[in-house]
Design a protein around this ligand. Sequence first.
Ligand SMILES: Cc1cc2nc3c(=O)[nH]c(=O)nc-3n(C[C@H](O)[C@H](O)[C@H](O)COP(=O)(O)O)c2cc1C
Length: 198
Amino acid sequence: METIEAINTRRSIRHFKDEAIPDNVLKQILKAGCCAPSAHNSKPWKFVVLKGDKKDELGDMFLSISKEERYKEYTGFYVNRLLKYAGKMVKDAPVIVTVFNNGSFCESAGKYFRQSKKEALHIMEVQSIAAAIENMLLACHDRGLGAVWLGVPLLMPQEFIEDFFETKNELMAVIPMGYPLKTRLIEKKVDLDEHIVY
Ligand SMILES: Cc1cc2nc3c(=O)[nH]c(=O)nc-3n(C[C@H](O)[C@H](O)[C@H](O)COP(=O)(O)O)c2cc1C
């Protein structure tokens, strides 16, 4: 697929066929993520790939948090609903790629900057990781797979993320991926004038 065509026709896919992703295809997707540009070539991303029971366990965790009254202080009604859908997507998809920030850019570059500039370093880490995520979404689309970038799990209580993944790294995204149940053919409408000034 042409790059421009891939960019213009990619859509979020939230329902998947019960079909495994071949290992070589999954590797191509993960490599595309690792080929993203990053601040000072720091590659501050860490991908945790989940399949089978562990993946379903994550989906069940989203579903149980979304239901429980005592977690409303973290979630709120609307977020509860989104987390419930996220749980269903995680259980439905054959593979989940969870994306973490390992903090390596802040750690290596932090010593050269004043405190007031450290937030900018963190922004650059997040930007680098967002580029890796978009590369993976485009690579999925190119290979006939569908995927969706889930941000709502970031709103879960931090201790759940730390316990489940046994890491203090910052969760950036959860990406369910698989062969799409239906292909979305709705053409994206883009109003360039709304976003661009010459
Ligand atoms: C940072 C970020 C967070 C997102 N979080 C969610 C999410 O939690 N749940 C969801 O269903 N979609 C999520 N999305 C997908 C957006 O809803 C989707 O990209 C947007 O509606 C545009 O649709 P498209 O991807 O088909 O072009 C997220 C996208 C981004 C970039």
